[in-house]
Ligand binder design. Structure first.
Ligand code: R5P
Length: 316
């Protein structure tokens, strides 16, 4: 541990302790100890087991299953740190929930992504670190500094180490065009886009067409999050219809709810590559699944924030 990290304290919520451990291992830093549990009435209790007065405190919690508990627990952790006189509190949120609720796109609906940002601020967070928000504009929901890290770097490094000859990078929908274009440009590959439509407010989607040429090519299909995997399998279907050969799936946040794992298994694609921003239990891991670690990127960002260096420089 370098001297400059002495006042740094990293704590984990209960949602994904292995991720905080990996960050600490990367920094050569011992994880802070906290007592976190639920009373019989499901009220959550948090107590830090060490002094955090004036310290630079980082609280790690992706907002995943059980989502509501993860959120409330993070808010209570922030409150406890504020009342313990932490010097600065950073919420480290590898996956930000409610990102898809980022606009009022029909009458009488909430903007839950904004509400969540307000809650995190009100609880007392001074800043946020996250990775690949569903839409970049969500950054603006916060009035505190937010560093949005990019899983593109570890993900593209993995693909750059393989032979990607004959591949086209394919976005699963028009909204994912930028994410896929960035990958295509890093790997020096052409880009295509699947035209998708969502059927009402359900998780059901339909792939309508492919913009770009995939006939006789391999496809690296990219999406920011995989929930039911409906988007991915619809895209796989239309890519095969249009003559694509080998297909590799890449996803940044592997939520894998409902039928996702079965759908991915049945899709019989060459490889599935996810980052580890969300815990992926053993029973959801398929033999052709590769998990790319992102904790080192978070660790480097934490170190830079703590020592007042540029986080952007990490990605240049
Ligand atoms: C939608 O806009 C997102 O980019 C993803 O395509 C979507 O969240 C994936 O969900 P699912 O796996 O349920 O199709």
């Amino acid at each position: 541990m370098t001297n400059e990290l002495v006042d740094l304290a990293i704590f984990s919520g209960r949602t994904y302790p292995a991720f905080a451990e990996a960050i600490c291992a990367h920094l050569g830093k011992k994880q802070g100890e906290a007592d976190i549990f639920e009373f019989a009435n499901e009220n959550i209790f948090v107590r830090y087991q060490e002094n955090i007065r004036s310290r630079d405190v980082f609280l790690v919690q992706p907002l995943v299953r059980p989502v509501s508990t993860s959120i409330v627990e993070l808010l209570i952790m922030i409150d406890a740190a504020r009342r313990a006189s932490a010097g600065r509190i950073t919420a480290v949120i590898p996956y930000y929930a409610y990102g898809r609720s980022d606009k009022k796109d029909q009458p009488r609906v909430p903007i839950s992504g904004r509400l969540l940002a307000n809650l995190i601020e009100t609880a007392g967070a001074d800043r946020v670190i996250t990775m690949n928000l569903h839409a970049g504009q969500i950054q603006g929901f916060f009035n505190i500094p937010l560093d949005e890290l990019n899983g593109l770097y570890p993900m593209s490094a993995y693909f750059a180490s393989r032979d990607m000859t004959g591949y086209t990078v394919v976005a699963t929908d028009v909204g994912g065009e930028k994410l896929s274009r960035d990958m295509a440009s890093r790997l020096d590959l052409p880009l295509a886009i699947v035209e998708k439509r969502r059927l009402g407010n359900t998780d059901n989607v339909q792939a309508l067409n492919v913009i770009g040429d995939v006939d006789g090519r391999n496809a690296l299909l990219i999406d920011d999050e995989i929930l039911t995997a409906g988007t991915m399998v619809e895209a796989v279907g239309i890519l095969r219809e249009k003559g694509a050969r080998e297909i590799v799936l890449a996803g940044y946040h592997a939520i894998l709810g409902g039928p996702a794992v079965q759908r991915l298994r049945d899709a019989s694609v060459h490889e599935i590559v996810f980052t580890d921003t969300v815990p992926i239990p053993a029973d959801k891991r398929l033999p052709n699944m590769k998990i790319i670690p992102t904790a080192p990127v978070f660790g480097d960002a934490i170190q830079r924030i703590h020592t007042g260096q540029s986080v952007g420089a990490l990605f240049q």
